[in-house]
Design a protein around this ligand. Structure first.
Ligand SMILES: NC(=O)C1=CN([C@@H]2O[C@H](COP(=O)(O)OP(=O)(O)OC[C@H]3O[C@@H](n4cnc5c(N)ncnc54)[C@H](OP(=O)(O)O)[C@@H]3O)[C@@H](O)[C@H]2O)C=CC1
Ligand SMILES: CC(=O)N[C@@H](CCC(=O)OP(=O)(O)O)C(=O)O
Length: 308
């Protein structure tokens, strides 16, 4: 049976990429609003209540308003915004960590932040296994392609070819920190330093570990083995191959895909390690993850329509 999907915010960066992944899929039919009606509250309310599945690709306040407009108990929601990522009653949409069954049964799924996806995928299983401490002040550095900031940041970078690196969230407290802390079960929020690079898409998230100074920490080999074991059956989250020539590259020309690659680098005496995640901010970091969650909620193979 064909199920209906309404993407609210379909003209934005994340929404467009979701529609691309759903194009040609016979299991779903899209409810669309034309340019004149896509921000009309009445038209949106009708579409939100007609759809079997709603995917919110909106700013946070608009996402909250959209959820409030749904007045039936049939429509199921995936919210790509930050609005509900630590909200009660919402299942956090990393099925590999939250559990596929929890996502499959959910009526409300919050799609994770792009940076949070990398951080949580690296840290949550290791803390859960007792291989890294829950009460440690983790540090996380990350770079994102400029599409991570939506239409406004895309326009800014495409009109300013001179920006080589943009550090931000300089007063700390980036909006992803609460979900990183909550979903890893940490007693302290990580110190998070994100930056944007002059590439359209792509993301590196890194967690440096001073293993020899940590109260409990397994060896780099044990960390690598635990991640390999945890994601063993996943077609989406994979252990990356050792980079050639001792360097990792993000290329501005990379097309991006919906996988998430994990790496554990370490020095020879195993006193220091770097946990690294490589993903596409618009793939597993946003639109790919929305489609994965939609597939699971609809009882379909989780990789249908994904770019792997
Ligand atoms: N880009 C990314 O890599 C990621 C994005 N996200 C999240 O996904 C959400 C969407 O982000 P993104 O696609 O990048 O942003 P964009 O700015 O590219 O798109 C947002 C879209 O929402 C539309 N919109 C804004 N307000 C309303 C409203 N009241 N009613 C209907 N439509 C509205 C905008 O309209 P208009 O075109 O007129 O501006 C725009 O088309 C955000 O919450 C973002 O934080 C999450 C993970 C990664
Ligand atoms: C490069 C850039 O600006 N990225 C966005 C996060 C993108 C993302 O994950 O979005 P949400 O958490 O808002 O859903 C930022 O740091 O605000």
């Amino acid at each position: 049976m064909t199920q209906t999907v309404f993407i609210d915010g379909a003209a934005g960066t994340t929404g467009l990429e979701i529609a691309e992944r759903l194009a040609g899929r016979s299991e779903f039919s899209l409810i669309t609003l034309d340019e004149a009606r896509r921000k009309d509250a009445g038209a949106r309310r009708e579409a939100l209540n007609d759809a079997d599945f709603v995917i919110l690709c909106l700013p946070d306040d608009a996402a909250r308003d959209a959820v409030a407009m749904i007045d039936n108990d049939r429509t199921r929601v995936i919210d790509a915004s930050t609005a509900h990522r630590v909200a009660p009653g919402w299942v956090y949409g990393i099925p590999e960590v939250s559990g596929h069954d929890a996502v499959a049964a959910a009526t409300r799924v919050s799609n994770p932040g792009c940076y949070s996806t990398g951080f949580i995928a690296l840290v949550a299983p290791l803390v859960r296994a007792g291989l890294l401490p829950a009460d440690w002040p983790y540090i996380c550095h990350a770079v994102s392609g400029y599409s991570g900031g939506g239409k406004a940041l895309i326009e800014r970078f495409e009109q300013n070819a001179d920006i080589a690196w943009r550090g931000y969230a300089l007063t700390l407290g980036h909006k992803h920190v609460p979900e990183m802390q909550a979903r890893c079960g940490l007693s302290i929020g990580p110190l998070f330093s994100p930056a944007v690079i002059p590439a359209h898409r792509g993301m590196i998230v890194e967690v440096p570990l001073p293993l020899n100074a940590m109260p409990t920490a397994a060896s780099p080999d044990a960390l690598r083995a635990a991640l390999t074991d945890f994601y063993g059956a996943s077609p989406i989250v994979v252990m990356g191959a050792a980079p050639e020539g001792g360097e990792m590259l993000l290329r501005a020309s990379d097309a991006g895909d919906d996988r998430l690659e994990l790496f554990v680098f370490a020095n020879e005496d195993a006193s220091q390690a770097r946990l690294v995640a490589r993903l596409d901010n618009l793939g597993k970091g946003a639109s790919g993850a929305c489609v994965q969650n939609l597939n699971i909620m609809a009882g379909l193979p989780e990789t249908a329509g994904l770019r792997l």
